[in-house]
Design a protein around this ligand. Structure first.
Ligand code: AHR
Length: 310
């Protein structure tokens, strides 16, 4: 099955087993750990030999991993790109070696879209819009100062989630972003950032917190609670991912809303790769995952369903 179409592609052409290299960003969030776990499960269910390389948040480690995968002659590469720019040279090397690359969960900026086969990702601009629309509705006629906790600087999802949220805020005179700072998609960094923002902005001036992921929101909730504030009641919260911990916080009344990002990015990626390598079926360039909003009313049930799956 593997590599029926791509002349000279990797080890899989000599056996039935597909060999796929996965350059993963790291394990900065619960969502990221779940994505890696689901990728391994999906690979195992399909009999794919998946080789995961953890880049510990560094682009240079990802570039090195891709070069190693090329040298190993893998059949395909999955890449979750930590930042948006700087991929063209290494992707050209993969193309030169006839190894298709599928982007997972983040996108890249490139002059040549043919450098990758497809991307499996959400519409992160829309995620920001979904979050802001919910907040605008919730706030109604009140004036509301919002703290924004951004993801990793230079990551497509941080840029896009910021853009979508800002677009809706710009059209709503009741919402103002009072501070916007990076918490690097981690709980610990977001907690520190939130502590200093509470000091500089003042708790009573914070009406809402928007975090680019749930883990940062959990860190922010800790900071707010320790400062004697009441997130989920006096301070509205909305974040992105849909990990079990945010549903628990929502069920306990400390958080209000989350926009789901499925951790199953590898499943659709393997589907399109298998079809492509089998008979050349051209995939959709962007396989777009959904971005549904979840509120406290379903939080308990969602937590119960998710806690063992993440
Ligand atoms: O690229 C997806 C984002 O990266 C997730 O929202 C976040 O939790 C992760 O670290």
């Amino acid at each position: 099955l593997a590599c029926a179409v791509i002349a000279g592609c990797g080890q899989g052409q000599d056996s039935d087993q597909l060999v796929v290299g996965f350059s993963q960003i790291g394990s900065e969030s619960g969502w990221r750990a779940a994505e890696t776990r689901v990728a391994r499960e999906q690979a195992e269910a399909r009999g794919i030999d998946l080789r995961v390389s953890d880049a510990q948040q560094r682009q240079e480690n990802q570039i090195r991993a891709i070069r190693t995968f090329i040298a190993q002659g893998v059949d395909a590469i999955l890449l979750a790109p930590v930042v948006e720019t700087g991929w063209d040279a290494v992707l050209a090397e993969a193309r030169e070696a006839n190894i298709p690359v599928v982007l997972l969960d983040r996108r890249i900026e490139t002059a040549d879209e043919d450098l990758y086969l497809a991307a499996v990702a959400s519409d992160a601009v829309e995620e920001g819009r979904v979050a802001a629309r919910w907040l605008a509705e919730e706030v109604g006629d009140r004036q509301c100062g919002v703290i924004e906790l951004q993801g990793t600087v230079g990551a497509s999802v941080a840029n896009d989630r910021r853009e979508g949220f800002a677009e809706i805020v710009a059209g709503n005179p009741n919402l103002t972003i009072v501070r916007s700072q990076s918490g690097d998609f981690t709980r610990s960094r977001a907690k520190e950032v939130m502590e200093s923002l509470i000091r500089s902005v003042g708790g009573p001036n914070i009406c809402a917190v928007y975090a680019h992921n749930d883990d940062m929101m959990i860190g922010a909730i800790q900071a707010m609670t320790e400062a004697g504030l009441n997130p989920g009641e006096d301070i509205l919260t909305v974040s992105i991912d849909g990990v079990p911990d945010i549903f628990r916080a929502m069920a306990e009344g400390q958080a209000n809303a989350t926009v789901e990002l499925t951790p199953n990015m590898a499943g659709p990626a393997f589907d399109l790769l298998e079809a492509y390598l089998d008979d050349g079926t051209a995939p959709e360039k962007w396989v777009r995952t959904d971005s549904p909003l979840y509120l406290a009313d379903t939080a308990e049930a969602e937590y119960a369903q998710r806690r063992d799956r993440y």
